[in-house]
Write a protein that binds this ligand. Structure first.
Ligand code: GLS
Length: 829
């Protein structure tokens, strides 16, 4: 203890940490030191990977002083902050963002060049951490970027999956999944702290005991694992702030191992280790559709329990009065995945901190807020009481008590309305007893928010109407956003430069300032430069796709892009039917090839490994692509590209190259979408339904700069209620019939009619997402797109207005809304 005090009070103990000098010379010295002493190689011996790792560590050194200073100040000030709990963070590559945040890009470029090294080569060496599935995980990454840039105290908590989202390849046009070993070549951005490991229990039983006259409960877990934290820097943009993302890795406890090992069973000891480490082994590749697997619940409890423990026991200062917890922290629940944190905090307060139940509940209710990210009923997580009771017996008891007290309140307000009680119970009885995690989150959360205006409205009216009635004012909306640093400044340097030259640099942290670009839509010279940048971005995407997949994007084609997870509700099939229709028009001679607007369709989409229909749709897209691309009759007119393994890195190249953004989900199904925002911000025009954030995009950019088609949500509902018969559309629309018949005929499967039979018969007899009902409207609108594209001046005008009017979709604005409506952390602006 004396030695520890001596260290802490040493004159150098709090001396400011100095990074290397911000000069080309200073950088080169530090970089070489890292090569020599970090990697253990000379410059002459070094591989590209050595150079990349040394560079990443060198850049870290520039961020270190800010990081240490940020945490020191945060500890000193103890102001209210955000703990963002998310099972997914889809971060994308780190190097470019770190260079941007420190304004080091030029120094590094020059320094490396003086050594004969090309920065771009080192950038492409980085393997992105794909610790998320899609929009939900990418949103978390945008949010922590914005909070750091706005100077809001935030810790992101999550899981350090050893394998992220699978690497997708195509074999015979079909998806094959490969493990994503993103850590294999080194992980230069993380800081492991094994000494701060937490023990996380599972299973076992509960028992009561007498604690000086008070009967208390304790949980006696049957087994436990260690949670090891890995810290990542989250740098703010040029503001000297670096927040922390803390991801947990599961390892076996020594005791757990040793007992079995001592008993002489080495194999069993290894097995138990494997068992423990499985918890953070791999990301579940399901997006919007939970699988209800035990390992998944283990993952959820594992990271949430470790995070709450870390916050309560390590982050808070000694002697902190837990009654003041709501003034110090808000745990934001990113979907239902972390909701088990609610009974966990109750367990910590009541069982460990010996707080009175009512007091603990009053605190807990103020410390959580819940964001819902879906409208699909099957996507709302439910855990069987069996499984939950076996894995977390104490938590199940706590959930039961929360539910009892909640239902008593419901009775008090609405009387013994048994139907209502059954509808609102956190415990569902049929088809099996299970805990409805969204209900638990709604009961416990201080606020519940949807992620776009329409979504929040439908959430209140359709998904949780009883709760909206019971809790007036609890529901709110925060429309999603995307970080302008990564998705405009980094992804589109040419456009960024033009914007900065025109209106100054302020837009990077105040995206509404893009409005100042509006008058330039009428400026012919500006339009020419804007169009030249789009052409440049197409050539850039072409170069990437050529190297990556051997694809070429013809210079003179409209680039029409649909990139997102493969899901029936997103309706990639509608896009396929459009392509087949255009193809059929040409090959049947109905339209001369020369009269068709040349288009290159780019798809990007991963299907969950167990989602058979989604995989068949991927097969169909590839099959249509193979046929179309090989047919001389449509050469130079239609081209279909489906680069495998769409990820953040590819998004950064493809989105800025797009002319047309496909946002064509069935109205009422896409909670928000965030790709839609990225495209508009980069000057693509949207063809879309009135769904999710499309509604707000259209309102902002104006009807004349947006291609709207399809049924509205109330129309969808009405058709549903009237009894939807997809075959009626097939029978009455000859264009549709020809497209479907062509697929059914085997035209895209070497004459084999069986290959796509399941897709065709699903469309004709079920078509849950009403592809056929929206087909005619979609084709008509696509024909208008062709006409509009024919007037390039007008198209560019619209594209500029899309950029100028979508500043609202900055995740910085989302954060302001969270702060105002939900978190009530100190103001930052
Ligand atoms: C999602 C929704 O499907 C998207 O519409 C939404 O933009 C995103 C972020 O809010 O969340 N929900 C989900 O489970 N995966 C998503 O991408």
């Amino acid at each position: 203890a004396d030695a520890a005090t001596a260290v802490k009070t040493h004159p150098l103990a709090t001396a400011p940490v100095a990074g290397p000098p911000t000069s080309v010379d200073g950088f080169v010295k530090e970089f070489l030191r890292e090569l020599n002493f970090g990697q253990g190689v000379t410059l002459a011996q070094s591989t590209v990977n050595d150079q990349y790792l040394a560079l990443a560590r060198t850049v870290r050194h520039y961020l270190m002083a800010r990081w240490l200073e940020t945490s020191r100040r945060q500890f000193e000030q103890q102001t209210k902050g955000v703990a963002y709990l998310s099972a997914e963070y889809l971060l994308g590559r780190q190097l470019g963002n770190a260079l941007l945040a420190t304004d080091l890009t030029e120094v590094v470029e020059d320094g490396l060049r003086s050594l004969g090294i090309d920065l771009a080569t080192l950038r492409s060496q980085e393997v992105e951490p794909g610790l998320g599935n899609g929009g939900l995980g990418r949103l978390a990454a945008c949010f922590i970027d914005s909070l750091a840039t706005m100077g809001v105290p935030c810790i992101g908590y999550g899981i350090r999956y050893e394998y992220g989202i699978f690497r997708q390849t195509f074999v015979d046009d079909q998806q094959v999944e490969q493990p994503d070993g993103w850590l294999a070549l080194g992980a230069p951005w993380e800081f492991p702290h094994p000494e701060q490991a937490q023990l996380i229990g599972f299973g076992g039983h509960t028992e009561t005991y007498d604690d000086e006259g008070v009967t208390r409960t304790r949980w006696v877990p049957a087994w436990d694992v260690k949670a090891l934290p890995y810290n990542y820097m989250v740098p703010g943009y040029l503001n000297g702030r670096v927040n922390t993302l803390r991801l947990w890795r599961a390892v076996a406890t020594d005791a757990f191992d040793l007992k079995i090992f001592n008993a002489g069973d080495f194999e069993e000891a290894v097995r138990s280790q494997t068992f423990a480490e499985n918890i953070s082994k791999v990301l579940y590749p399901e997006d919007s559709t939970p699988q209800g697997k035990e390992l998944r619940l283990q993952q959820q409890y594992f990271f949430v329990a470790a995070s709450i423990k870390n916050f309560v026991y390590d982050v808070l200062p000694e002697g902190f009065d837990l009654h003041e917890l709501p003034e110090r922290i808000i745990f934001q629940l990113n979907d239902t995945h972390p909701v088990i944190g609610v009974p966990e905090l109750m367990r910590v307060l009541v069982d460990e901190k010996k707080m009175d139940w009512d007091e603990a509940w009053a605190i807990t209710k103020q410390c959580f807020a819940y964001t819902c990210h879906t409208l699909l009923p099957e996507a709302l997580e439910v855990w069987s009481v069996d499984l939950l009771g076996r894995l977390l017996p104490r938590h199940l008891e706590i959930i039961y008590r929360i539910n009892d007290e909640f239902l008593a309140e419901v009775r008090e307000k609405f009387g013994d309305d048994e139907l209502r009680i059954r509808r609102m119970s956190i415990i569902q009885e049929y088809p099996a007893r299970a805990v409805r995690m969204a209900y638990l989150a709604t009961v416990a959360g201080a606020k519940v928010n949807g992620v776009a205006e329409l979504h929040s409205q439908l959430l209140r009216e359709k998904v949780l109407p009883d709760f909206d009635e019971f809790y007036p004012g609890k529901f709110t909306n925060v429309t999603n956003g995307v970080t302008p640093r990564r998705f405009l400044r980094l992804a589109n340097p040419a456009l960024s430069e033009l914007i900065t030259e025109t209106i100054g640099v302020g837009w990077i942290t105040d995206l509404e300032r893009l409005r100042e670009l509006e008058p330039y839509a009428e400026d012919e010279e500006f339009r020419a430069r804007f169009a030249a940048i789009k052409a440049h971005n197409k050539r850039r995407a072409n170069a990437v796709l050529l190297e990556r997949d051997g694809f070429t994007v013809p210079d003179d084609h409209m680039v029409d892009v649909m990139v997102k997870r493969l899901h029936e509700y997103k309706r990639q099939l509608l896009k396929v039917l459009h392509i087949v229709t255009l193809y059929d028009r040409i090959v049947s001679g109905e339209v001369a090839a020369a009269d068709v607007t040349p288009r290159t369709f780019i798809f990007g989409a991963k299907a969950a490994a167990g989602y058979a229909m989604a995989k068949r749709i991927i097969h169909l897209i590839n099959a249509v692509g193979s046929t179309v691309n090989a047919d001389p009759r449509v050469e130079g007119r239609l081209k279909v590209l489906f680069p495998p393994n769409y990820n953040v890195t590819l998004a950064e190249k493809v989105i800025p190259a797009a002319d047309l953004s496909e946002q064509i989900s069935l109205a009422g199904k896409e909670a928000s979408g965030t790709g839609n925002m990225k495209f508009a911000l980069n000057g693509a025009l949207t063809i879309g339904t009135d769904d999710g954030a499309n509604v707000e995009i259209r309102e902002l950019v104006g009807d004349e700069n947006f291609f709207l088609f399809g049924m509205s949500e109330p129309e969808v509902q009405a058709l549903q209620d009237a009894g939807y018969r997809p075959s009626a559309f097939y029978e009455s629309d000859p264009t549709l019939r020809r497209a479907i018949d062509l697929i059914a005929s085997g035209a895209f499967s070497g004459g084999d009619r069986s290959t796509f039979e399941p897709v065709v018969s699903n469309l004709l007899h079920q078509d849950r997402f009403m592809v056929l009902a929206d087909f005619a409207s979609y084709i008509a609108e696509q024909d208008r797109v062709d006409v509009a594209y024919g007037d390039q001046e007008q198209w560019t005008r619209s594209a500029i207005l899309n950029v100028a009017r979508t500043g609202f979709f900055s995740s910085d604005r989302s954060m302001v809304d969270y702060i105002d409506r939900i978190w009530h952390t100190p103001p930052v602006r």
